[in-house]
Design a protein around this ligand. Structure first.
Ligand SMILES: *Cc1c(COP(=O)(O)O)cnc(C)c1O
Length: 485
């Protein structure tokens, strides 16, 4: 054997001093990238030479890390989605924060697996869950788990609801053993992840009854009452109401108090999809909007949205801890807890479907400690004030109209020069949206609500300033004239 060659290879660098220098450079790049975000285009399309770099074959042999970093710098950092930019308002994202990003780095360095164990990361995971529980006013006996995002958080809540309300030992017997088909209820504005959850749970899309929304886009609770009554009469098993606190289309909030009362009387599971709005509970001026969320049986929320944690982190909270554990807990012989040592701790994988779990708690923990929850609450109020400002701008502009009342931080509007039918308006507005993206000015998205197409600005963005919104409206008017001109 070659004398120079160590007996075993490892992934550690040959020279830690070189690595330190490279890591320092990386930090400089990261700070500049974040500091200067406002000066760059929100988004730009990738030229073919950039795309080609991502089509290279599986590397068999090493590349000097510095050269890999050049690609990261030019191709990866150069062509982001854009959602950390002050003028990104599409879909519903968070804007991230530098401390959270540092936390992700150090969490990976520390490297713990949060499936289980008696170690610091587990305690932080528990602590973050209990802080989130406190934010929405849940009792301290409730359980919770950090997951990849809102979709999985909702799936967790709905799974506990299904198992608890099925009337059978569903873990053993499966959905086929239910004597009556289950029914879950949500408004026609419900997020698509619930349909996927129903399909995944083996209940099927048909078991998710869409209750009509009223003109304010919140669930019509009278229609809910009628649907549950009629389903009972037809021999179905009404099981769960999914209330939305902040719909993705317009930010509408279902009447949580009324739905909570209704669920209590009817013996239904009360789940709240709070991916957008649960955290309103920490916002001094707007927390009244989610009164009643504290009575839910389960809540899904999304720290990677209104807490601006870097992706991914969602959270499922369940009021009845034993129902939560009963749904997921499973201890194979190789994962038995111990009396002492590393395995002497509650097993966190018992609260969901992942065995290995990343240390996503740290980014929430560090940012909350740095800023305090009060500041995050003020930032939420501030986003809602920005949306009100944009709504005023739209009211003042003659060729731009608001299509739905602005409830929280989502504004739905369109450019309308007059004399166009719906089809023409849709194509004009789609073109405006695409040109805004391609110019790198702003990224917004569009949607169709109650049959009306509109541009949609979701201001979940601690970097947005009023001048950004001024620019948006002046550009919409300019591009609108250009498109129709
Ligand atoms: C974002 C969102 C979800 C899905 O959450 P992800 O974090 O994207 O998985 C579910 N419901 C609502 C209302 C949302 O806004």
């Amino acid at each position: 054997m070659d004398e120079q060659k160590p007996q075993f290879e490892s992934l550690d660098p040959a020279d830690w001093d070189d690595t330190r220098k490279l890591a320092h450079k990386l930090v400089d790049v990261a700070v500049d990238h974040t500091r200067d975000v406002r000066n760059r285009a929100v988004w730009r399309d990738m030229p073919s030479d950039i795309r080609e770099r991502f089509e290279a074959p599986l590397p068999q042999d090493p590349t000097v890390l510095e050269n890999v970093m050049i690609d990261v710098n030019e191709a990866v950092l150069g062509y982001p989605m854009g959602n950390i930019h002050p003028r990104f308002w599409a879909w519903y994202m968070g804007t991230s924060n530098f401390t959270g990003a540092m936390a992700d780095f150090i969490a990976a360095i520390q490297g713990s697996n949060l499936g289980a164990g008696n170690h610091a990361a587990s305690l932080i995971d528990n602590q973050v869950v209990s802080w989130l529980r406190e934010m929405v006013g849940f009792p301290d006996y409730a359980s919770g788990t950090l997951v990849s995002g809102g979709s999985v958080a909702n799936l967790i809540g709905l799974t506990v609801a299904r198992n608890t309300k099925s009337g059978i030992d569903i873990r053993q017997e499966g959905v086929a053993a239910m004597d009556k088909p289950m029914r879950f209820y949500g408004s026609d504005q419900i997020h698509s992840c619930h349909q996927q959850a129903m399909e995944t749970l083996g209940l099927g899309n048909r078991a998710l009854v869409r209750i009509p929304s009223k003109s304010d886009l919140s669930m019509d609770v009278d229609a809910l009452r009628a649907a549950v009554e009629s389903d009972r009469k037809s021999g179905l098993n009404p099981a769960c109401v999914i209330a939305t606190a902040g719909t993705v289309n317009t930010g509408a909030i279902d009447d949580l108090m009324a739905i909570s009362e209704f669920c209590k009387t009817e013996g239904l599971w009360f789940h709240v999809d709070g991916c957008i709005g649960a955290l309103l509970a920490i916002a001094p001026e707007n927390k009244w909007r989610v009164t009643g969320i504290e009575f839910a049986d389960s809540v899904a929320l999304d720290p990677h949205k209104w807490l601006h944690a870097p992706f991914e982190v969602g959270c499922a909270l369940v009021r009845d801890k034993s129902a939560h554990l009963k749904t997921f807990s499973l201890t194979p012989e190789y994962l038995e807890p111990a009396q002492r040592g590393l395995a002497a701790a509650e097993f966190l994988h018992d609260y969901g479907i992942q065995t290995s779990r990343g240390f996503r708690a740290l980014k929430v923990w560090m940012s909350l400690r740095e800023h305090g929850v009060k500041k995050f609450g003020r930032l939420i109020d501030q986003d809602i004030a920005k949306a009100a400002y944009l709504t005023d701008l739209i009211d003042q502009a003659s060729e731009v109209e608001l299509l739905f009342p602005t409830n929280i931080n989502i504004v739905c509007f369109r450019y309308d020069p007059g004399g166009c039918d719906e089809g023409r308006l849709k194509s004009i507005n789609t073109e405006i949206m695409l040109r805004l993206q391609e110019d790198g000015t702003a990224v917004l998205s569009d949607t169709t609500v109650h049959g009306q197409h509109c541009l949609r600005v979701a201001i979940n963005n601690h970097r947005t300033r009023t001048e950004d919104l001024d620019l948006l409206i002046s550009e919409v008017v300019r591009l609108g004239a250009e498109v129709t001109g």
